[in-house]
Write a protein that binds this ligand. Sequence first.
Ligand code: NAD
Length: 420
Amino acid sequence: MEQHYNPYDNVLKVVKEAADILGYSESDIEAIKHPERELKVAIPVRMDNGTTHVFEGYRIQHSTSRGPAKGGIRFHPDVNLDEVKALAAWMTFKCAVVNIPYGGGKGGVICDPSQLSETEIRAITRRFTAAIAPLIGPEQDIPAPDVGTNATVMGWMMDTYSMMKGHCVHGVVTGKPIELGGALGRNEATGRGVTLTTKNILRKMGLNTTATTVAVQGMGNVGSITAKLLHKEGMKIIAVSDVSGGIYNPDGLNIPAILEYLSKDRKNLLKNYEEEGIQRISNSELLQLDVKVLIPAALENQINSLNAKNIKADIIVEAANGPIASEADDILNAKGTVIVPDILANAGGVVVSYFEWVQNIQSVSWTEESVNEKLKNIMDPAFEAVWAISQQNHATLRTGAYLIAVKRVVEAKKARAIWP
Ligand code: NAD
């Protein structure tokens, strides 16, 4: 049996490891072990069939030491307090590793959007926004999309918050529709960052992008854009999956056709996708394929102590947050698998969210070209810095990323000292 999985314990373990190397005492890191605020809310909703259902939601601010809390809102049946705590903490360290002036936060509602109508999702969004309104705002905590939410949901959040305030507040959320002050390039930003990171790691390892085999788990916002951009780079995407399972073709999948099928209707699933030469595989089979690069882009704990020894990929780029559990990380490191950690690999989303917020508070708008260029100018040096510190310390890239991030957070905390 697999041990009980608590993602927040995973965060604490890697933070402690980095703190030890950095020479910090327990006292130096004590405050970052505890989220600053945890809010749990009840969300009553009148369902389409006339009944009332109460959903449970959370907003957690892990840290505001380096700036306002920042992080997405997840709508998924498995949302729970420990998961949201971990996701909030990962945001703190992610914003620190790419050095943008934010802390970390995260939110979620326990619900299954695939079983809900648009009216019900909007009702959940509005009531949840109202319930967490005392905590959020452009200067204190700025939500964004995550699993199960998207630009449409962010538009409803922005509207709800603005109606409550009595004026238009663009900067309260990022990842909004372009018409509401959304940044050009935000929708693609996380996948674009994953793509830049994948190219960087291949270059460091002396490998070509052309015809390099890739498997992507999860074909939502992050997975589908990553697959699209890597395909454009000439890489061979041989397997992709979603919640319904995966498809596999050793000669390479027709990524543009798959993306068109998935974008036609949010309820379209890969299990119903038809293409000549494909084989149906499970999510667990996808993770164990013999590929050069594996990109988990779905949920946490996908690679764990049960399947880690069967992973054949040489490189794993963590597009999802926390896809590899701690024990699996140890097994893979011992095997020599190169892992590019989530807080670096998927930081493109929050970087462009930061650009969106900067544009909103200045009432300016940048071109998509300029956004993409600015993103690259942050992602590439962040990768180089993580690579260099990992080499210097004979450490993994995960430890390297945390060495940079933990130092920035602890030093900010020290500089502010404890209030009062
Ligand atoms: P999404 O909701 O757009 O897509 C999630 C995908 O995962 C879907 O294809 C879904 O079918 C699939 N999925 C859900 N449950 C699954 C399961 N049990 N097994 C296999 N596949 C499953 O979400 P997203 O925004 O693409 O987020 C994916 C991951 O990337 C999450 O870990 C998220 O926290 C992380 N992330 C997202 C962003 C962002 O900007 N959206 C930024 C950084 C990190």
